[in-house]
Design a protein around this ligand. Structure first.
Ligand SMILES: [Zn+2]
Ligand SMILES: [Zn+2]
Length: 310
């Protein structure tokens, strides 16, 4: 069954009409385990990659933080066993894989998103494919997170696709996405309260404080969708908003893509398509169950992206 966001229990626009100018659309991806091909939009699936273009690697070597190292084969095997396949669950974390971080680390596919599938696709000119890869190890200067790299392509330019992508010798198991098909769905989101104009922020925050009962659904619960998505707004509930300004030109950046630890905001998530919506269909965990937000510069797609973990 196609996952679809249920009607939300609170219409914030009715409650706060001044929010009208602050709505933004996002495309929820609703990843679910599957067998996507290079012709499909996917999370953790194979990429349509030009055979004559070198596969990107990370050469941070000893600057990586060594934590929960595994091999791609071991991660695939343990996930298959957890999913019900027979076999021994061999814990490889006891093996010394640490020296492997000195080698160039092949990046792993995180997302491949065709413009035709993604209502909130943004990219340069006539590009029609967004690809997000990352180095599947911890980078201290990225807040101990994987480091993403973003590509925009014209599929018409790719006449000879790569047949098999190289795999990294070593990964952190939390950062190797399981292949998932996606079910894109456009939704409406509103900014994290601290990013609203002061008067609106005061209204929204006051309404939250009126509610003593934790069970009551408020602005926080319905303003940003959880899970993997394109566009929309970041949920800054971990640290409160940090300025995300382009390193090249200083322009405030906009949210491009979200890689999430969970497709739900807790068990009672109002955004969950159904009761059995999985928490982590992709196998990704960012920090202690947070999201990794990838921002882009609205002034130029050529300027570097930046990330925030929340
Ligand atoms: Zn790296
Ligand atoms: Zn810029």
């Amino acid at each position: 069954m196609t996952p679809i966001t249920p009607p939300l229990p609170l219409d914030v626009l009715e409650l706060f009409p001044d929010l009208a100018g602050h709505a933004a659309t996002a495309t929820r991806l609703h990843p679910r385990p599957g067998a996507p091909t290079i012709a499909d939009s996917s999370i953790g699936g194979p990429l349509l990659w030009p055979a004559d273009e070198p596969w990107p690697v990370c050469e941070d070597g000893g600057h990586h933080y060594v934590f929960q190292l595994s091999t791609p084969a071991a991660v695939h095997r343990s996930r298959a066993i957890i999913a019900g396949a027979s076999g021994e669950l061999n814990d490889l974390t006891g093996q010394d894989l640490g020296h492997l971080i000195e080698q160039p680390i092949s990046l792993v596919p995180v997302a491949q998103l065709y413009r035709r599938d993604i209502p909130d696709y943004t990219g340069p000119g006539d590009t029609d494919l967004l690809q997000v890869l990352w180095c599947p190890l911890d980078h201290p200067e990225e807040g101990y997170n994987p480091r993403p790299r973003v590509y925009w392509r014209r599929t018409a330019d790719i006449t000879s696709p790569l047949s098999t992508a190289p795999e990294p010798l070593v990964v952190r198991d939390d950062y190797l996405p399981a292949p998932c098909v996606v079910h894109p769905e456009q939704v409406v989101e509103y900014p994290y309260p601290d990013l609203l104009p002061e008067d609106l922020q005061a209204l929204v925050t006051a309404s939250e404080e009126d509610e003593d009962d934790d069970e009551v659904i408020g602005y926080f619960e319905v303003s940003q969708a959880p899970g993997f998505k394109v566009g929309g707004h970041a949920n800054w509930s971990l640290t409160d908003p940090a300025p995300m300004d382009c390193a090249e030109c200083g322009t405030p950046m906009t949210l491009l893509f979200t890689a999430a630890s969970s497709e739900r905001n807790g068990r009672e998530c109002v955004w969950a398509p159904s009761e059995d919506t999985p928490f982590t269909p992709t196998g990704i965990t960012i920090g202690r169950g947070y999201s990794l937000y990838v921002f882009r510069c609205p002034a130029s797609f050529g300027h570097p992206t930046a990330t925030a973990m929340q």
